[in-house]
Design a protein around this ligand. Structure first.
Ligand SMILES: [Zn+2]
Length: 150
């Protein structure tokens, strides 16, 4: 049973986080190059491919197929999914932290934060791949956070 599919799928073999065993999300190297601390960056293996672990209770942020890992303390910034502090950004590009988002969202009925971020996205101002540890757009996290709040 196990063998029948493994050959054809070898290229796209999905790797799981060595620590929590959850599936990761493919990253671009530029995100790790931007966000790793110098000591961690010095161990980067650019010929491997890295994945992001978004599981909140896992310390691992990035891992590759050789089971190399980078944890929260290897990054210059806190990781939204793994850090519950008020001042941790949800939107890294434009500095919307949990605290600011919850304050602003209480004041306004219409969601100006989501509108503002969407406007910046449209204007091509976002730099998620170098600012956000998940390497992709924060909007889903922002709307998720607001929905959970109300
Ligand atoms: Zn993990």
């Amino acid at each position: 049973m196990e063998d029948c599919c493994s050959k054809s799928n070898e290229k796209e073999k999905s790797i799981v986080c060595p620590s929590c065993k959850n599936k990761g999300k493919q990253m671009k190297l530029i995100t790790l190059k931007s966000l790793l601390l110098p000591k961690a960056l010095a161990n980067l293996q650019p010929d491997t491919s890295y994945q992001f672990c978004s599981f909140s209770e896992c310390d691992v942020v990035y891992f590759n197929e050789k089971e190399q890992i980078f944890t929260k303390s290897d990054l210059k910034i806190p990781v939204f999914q793994k850090d519950v502090k008020e001042n941790t950004p949800i939107c890294y590009c434009f500095g919307w932290t949990r605290k600011i988002v919850s304050e602003e969202s209480n004041k306004t009925e219409e969601n100006t934060i989501v509108r503002s971020i969407s406007m910046h996205i449209k204007a091509n101002r976002c730099g998620c791949e170098v600012n956000n540890p998940q390497g992709s757009c924060c909007l889903g996290n922002v709307t998720g956070f607001i929905n959970r709040m109300t």
